[in-house]
Design a protein around this ligand. Sequence first.
Ligand code: C2E
Ligand code: MG
Ligand code: MG
Ligand code: MG
Length: 284
Amino acid sequence: SEYTRSVSSPVTYIGETRYEIDRYFDVQDALKTAIESHQITIVLQPIVEASTRKIISFEALARWEHPKLGSISPAEFIPMAEKLGHIHILGMEVLVQACQYLVTFDEINKARPQVNVNVSAHQLLKIDFVDDVLEVLKRFGIAPERIVLEITESYLLDDNPIIIGILNKLHVHGFKLSIDDFGAGMSAITSLFRLPLYQVKLDMALINEAMLLDACLKFITHLCEFGRMHRITLVAEGVETIAMLNKLTEIRMPYLQGYYLYRPCAPEFWLEKSAEVNRQAMQV
Ligand code: C2E
Ligand code: MG
Ligand code: MG
Ligand code: MG
C-alpha cells in the first residue's frame, strides 16, 4: 500500500531538484558575507504575562533578506551557520542588535523589558563564549539579568557536562536560562532538575496536543504547578487562536507567546508602538 511504501523506502531526495541544490550552495556562499555585512537583522516577538497581558520580554528572531535570493528562513540558515562554523558571529550579531534595542527602548520607556535570545549549543562550546557575551553587555551597559538565553531542548539531551558547566557559569553571572521547544520530541526531562532554570518554553506541538487530548492538557497543568513550586516560569509557544488562549488561561499557564497575541516585528515597530505598549500592557 501507499503507507508501507512510504515507511519502508530508503531516504529519497524528493524536491531536491537541480535548482534547489544550486540554491543551497548559493545560500551557503552568501551566508558569511551576509553576517559580516549586517544583512542578518532581528525581529522581536513579545512574551506576555497571561493574567495581565503585560509584555515581560521580547524574543529576538534572526531574519535574512538577501537582495537576490529573497528571504531565507532561520530554519534553513541557522543549521547551515552551525555546520559552517558561522553560528558564533551570527549569534553575537543577534545579541548586539538585541542590546541596541534595549538601550534605545530604555531611553523612551521605563518598562525595562527583558530580551530572549536563542543560543545554539555550538556557541556555548566555543572557548570565550561567556567572556564574549559579557563584553557585548558591558559595551551597551545592559545587565545580564535582562537577557534570557534560550537553549533548544534537543541540545541538552546528551547531558554534555561541558554544556552544563557553561550554563551554570552563565547563571552565576546573572543570565537567565530558558529551555526552548520543550516537549517537541524527546524531552530533556532531567534538565528540569539539573539546571538552574528561569524558564521553560513549551513547544507549539505540545500545546497543540493539549488542545486535542485531555491527558496532555492535564500533563501541562501539572507542569505549570511544578513551575510554580520551583520558581520556573512556563511559557506556552505558538498561541494562535482565542480558543487556545482561553484554555491556557483556564489551566493558569503563566506566560504566553504566539501570533494571536503578537507577531514578530522589526524593532522599529516596537519602538514606535512603545507609548501604546507602555499604556496598554507594560504598566509599571
Ligand atoms: P524558536 O526559538 O522556537 O522560535 C519560535 C518560532 O515560532 C519562530 O519562528 C516564530 O516566528 C514562530 N512563531 C511564533 N509564534 C507563532 C505562532 O503562533 N504560530 C506559528 N506557527 N509560529 C509561531 P522563526 O523566526 O522562523 O524561527 C525558527 C527557529 O529558528 C527558532 O525557533 C529558533 O530555534 C531558530 N532561530 C531563530 N533566530 C535564531 C538565532 O538568532 N539564533 C539561533 N541559534 N537560532 C535562531
Ligand atoms: Mg526560541
Ligand atoms: Mg529555539
Ligand atoms: Mg521554540
